[in-house]
Design a protein around this ligand. Structure first.
Ligand SMILES: [Ca+2]
Ligand SMILES: [Ca+2]
Ligand SMILES: [Ca+2]
Length: 443
């Protein structure tokens, strides 16, 4: 590089670092119990109170690595709150009220964490749910008995190699005080490499059905899955004594996304899956029969690089739409909107994600047009906020939400109790395995 150009570049980089350092210096790092809601303050470059990670401490001590470029500026209008960290192998977060006080709490799951822990809003005091679910990978919450405290289904004993995975599915419930350790309510099943579990309302009478998706067939050697083996999808209905029911064995290879959603508007939830076979809707019929409809093949790349890894569904311009990450651990964020004939049209709105994993819709401004949050779990400046620039969802702008987060999972939430979900909470897959709340501070 020419010396003048190099000097100019160093000057620009130095100014950027000074700007970042100034932003860090103005605010106090929040302790785990100190993330305060700060109303108002709309700004295009929100402050962050998160200084975890090597870059933050290096900046604070003044010992900058000369060859390490400054992180890119955060451009999405959120204030970042650190709720907790060191949730080893961070993989999933649930935003749910666990003590029936009307405030949304957070449950954080780590693949290699030794316990499942919930964090009580607003102090974010941690409470252990259980230490009896090693190698957990997925969870969901639903109040099955109507006492106001949800039960939690957990998939654990996970390994991506099915031969090494017990794949237990169990429901835990509180034992009088949800702040005290919970107890096992019911073991449901063991299915090798079970990777996603959800409660679902498949009968129109409540969420008393567990749906479980292994990531591969139990005989599969791994993600390459050269024989294109069938990956089953199971339901367990409380009314049937949690007996195993096959939803489908038509999905092939990796199944990574699982979503209960009333796709057909029939008053009960269908089950969506995303994987090598694309995105499918499984619709419950009478007597335990299910129909399967492929709504997108996902990325058209040949096996094992095609399909989709995650799916979310919402409404846009009065019509149902869905969004996906494609392919599995992929680089694309894709939006599907209906045309005049009701056919879904595929729009790739981003193809620059790194190992895409987290995906959620959130309507931050309550205008009825969902925004999209998507992120990947490999690198730290890889969590994005997408906002439609037209009512039909044809084009979207992309903003960086965080430059120090490798998100494995994000959910929308109402942390402050305003009556609408305008917040996003994300779980980090890499050290320091942070659980962060992104408070929307835009207009
Ligand atoms: Ca609560
Ligand atoms: Ca309950
Ligand atoms: Ca919106």
């Amino acid at each position: 590089m020419h010396r003048d150009k190099a000097a100019a570049w160093l000057l620009v980089a130095g100014l950027m670092l000074m700007h970042v350092y100034a932003a860090f210096a103005q605010i106090r790092p929040a302790p785990a119990a100190g993330a305060q809601a700060v109303p108002g303050g709309a700004q295009s470059h929100p402050e962050t109170n998160v200084t975890n990670g090597s870059s933050g401490s290096d900046q604070a001590s003044g010992s900058l690595h000369e060859n390490q470029p400054a992180p890119p500026p955060i451009t999405a209008p959120f204030r970042v709150h650190l709720i907790a960290q060191h949730i080893s192998g961070g993989y999933q977060v649930l935003a749910v009220d666990l003590n029936n006080d009307g405030k949304t709490d957070l449950v954080a799951l780590g693949l290699s964490a030794d316990s499942l822990v919930w964090y009580e809003n607003p102090s974010w005091t941690p409470h252990v749910i259980t230490t009896a679910a090693p190698k957990m990978v997925s969870m969901d919450a639903a109040d099955l008995d109507g006492d106001g405290i949800p039960e939690i289904v957990v998939a654990y004993g996970f390994n991506a190699a099915p031969a090494k995975s017990v794949g237990k599915i169990s429901i835990f419930r509180h034992n009088g005080d949800p702040r005290q350790p919970w107890v096992l309510m019911r073991d449901i099943d063991r299915v090798p490499s079970t990777h996603r579990v959800n409660f679902a309302n498949v009968n129109g009478r409540g969420r008393g059905t567990v749906v479980a998706a292994p990531i591969l067939n139990e005989k599969s050697p791994g993600f390459a899955d050269p024989e294109h083996l069938s990956t089953p999808l199971y339901a367990y209905r409380e009314e049937n004594g949690w007996k195993r029911e096959l939803i489908t064995d038509e999905n092939k290879g990796v199944v990574h996304g699982l979503l209960p959603y009333d796709w057909f508007g029939s008053g009960h939830q269908d089950i969506l899956t995303a994987g090598y076979s694309g995105i499918a809707v499984h619709h419950p019929k009478k007597k335990g029969r299910w129909t399967r409809t492929i709504i997108s093949a996902g990325s058209p790349a040949p096996w094992p690089n095609g399909g989709a890894g995650a799916v979310v569904v919402g409404r846009l311009a009065g019509k149902q739409f869905f969004a996906s990450i494609e392919p599995f651990h992929g680089n694309m964020v894709v939006v599907y909107t209906q045309d005049a004939l009701g056919l879904y049209r595929r729009h790739v709105i981003d193809d620059a994600l790194t190992t895409g994993h987290a995906l959620t819709l959130v309507d931050v401004d309550g205008d009825g047009v969902p925004e999209i949050v998507a992120g990947g779990n490999r690198t730290k400046a890889n969590l994005f906020f997408y906002r439609a620039t037209d009512k039909s969802g044809q084009s979207w702008t992309k903003m960086l939400m965080d430059n120090d987060m490798a998100a494995s999972n994000c959910v929308d939430a109402d942390i402050k109790g305003i009556g609408r979900k305008t917040d996003v909470v994300c779980m980090e897959a890499r050290a320091p395995f942070a659980l962060k709340w992104y408070e929307y501070v835009g207009k």
